[in-house]
Ligand binder design. Structure first.
Ligand SMILES: Nc1nc2c(ncn2[C@@H]2O[C@H](COP(=O)(O)OP(=O)(O)O)[C@@H](O)[C@H]2O)c(=O)[nH]1
Ligand SMILES: [Mg+2]
Length: 326
């Protein structure tokens, strides 16, 4: 399967992704075997509220990247859709004009209770595409909630999309979303109010969100003197009209600049290390818990403890330490 994948067989790729989504034993083995062949694709996250034009933007950006003869894998994640159709089908239609180009591969993922967690499954699907040799992998997520933030931060460059006329003054940028933006895009710039949205976003950026961003990606760096020198990336606010493929040159240039910034400041390596370390710890936690529960605790014992906790006989923390102690 790995050979077929690396030789560009798209049916194998599709099949491998399905298996990864279903966490089959074969897929878990494949993920281990293909890992040495990952780390080459450049990962771009596109997030923002529904209706801001993310899918349209991904479509336009992909076409732009294709003019430079680079290949693109696209993963559209829509956790709001319980079906594999629904909103995701809309994305398919929107991205239809990309079909038929072998340099592009599109995959939609609904949440439908991903076994390994949506963020982890997305990261694994990214790895399969990465090993398949795509130059760029674009991950589209709906920017709402922690899960989506976690998905977006799989990417090296995160584009947060906003649009005018979505209702309130604060626009559609949710708390926690602005902080992860490396590039802000005001799409639908053909609509009235685009300038206001740009101004509002620039104001929000100067209100200290950058600091939180530094805290987010570089935790320890925040309070040290050199923090300002190391991460001096200024989040650009760009206007696009995705529907007419306008602004894609500027957007791609900004992505490229951010990529160079990450590389020249050593941030790329540092972030990658952090991401992988936290993945290792997550996986270790899962394995240890699984092993502990199967080997050391009987379901009856667990059940009895829960009952004691419910009737306030023992505190949850105490019950956990007693289990470990036993
Ligand atoms: N006027 C205008 N409409 C746009 C633009 N980009 C996308 N749209 C429309 O906005 C709607 C939502 O687009 P979609 O890409 O599905 O948004 P998503 O939910 O963020 O993925 C669709 O009807 C698009 O045709 C744009 O630049 N200008
Ligand atoms: Mg979409």
């Amino acid at each position: 399967m790995l050979d077929d994948l690396r030789n560009g067989n798209r049916r194998t790729l599709a099949r491998a992704i399905t298996q990864v989504e279903n966490r089959t034993p074969a897929a878990l083995e494949l993920l281990n075997t293909l890992y040495p062949y990952t780390g080459n694709a450049y990962l771009i996250g596109v997030t923002g509220a529904p209706g801001t034009g993310k899918s349209t933007l991904v479509n336009a950006l992909t076409k732009h990247i294709r003019t430079q003869h680079k290949t693109v894998g696209i993963i559209a994640v829509d956790p709001t859709s319980p079906f594999s159709g629904g909103a995701v089908l809309g994305d398919r239609i929107r991205m239809q004009d990309l079909a038929g180009d072998s340099g592009i591969f599109i995959r939609s993922m609904a949440s439908r209770g991903q076994l390994g967690g949506l963020a982890q499954t997305t990261a694994d699907v990214v790895r399969v595409m990465d090993a398949a040799g795509f130059d760029y992998i674009i991950i589209e997520t709906v920017g709402a909630g922690q899960n989506e933030v976690a998905i977006a931060t799989i990417a090296y460059t995160v584009i947060v999309v906003d649009a005018p006329g979505l209702g309130d003054d604060i626009q559609a940028i949710k708390a926690g979303t602005l902080e992860i933006a490396d590039i802000l895009v005001v799409n639908k710039a053909d609509r009235p109010g685009a300038e206001n949205t740009v101004r509002a976003l620039k104001t929000m950026l100067t209100l200290g969100h950058r600091q939180q961003y530094v805290a987010h990606h570089g935790r320890v760096m925040l309070h040290s003197a050199e923090a300002a020198d190391i991460d001096t990336w200024e989040v650009p606010v760009l206007k696009t009209v995705a529907l007419e493929s306008k602004g894609m040159d500027e957007l791609f240039t900004a992505i490229h600049k951010h990529r160079q910034h990450l590389q020249s400041t050593g941030q790329h390596e540092k972030r990658e290390r952090q991401r992988l370390e936290s993945e290792l710890l997550d996986r270790l936690q899962h394995l240890l818990l699984e092993r502990f529960l199967t080997e050391k605790v009987s379901p009856e014992q667990l059940d009895g403890l829960v009952r004691q906790i419910v009737i306030r006989e023992i505190a949850p923390a105490q019950a956990a330490s007693e289990l470990i102690g036993s």
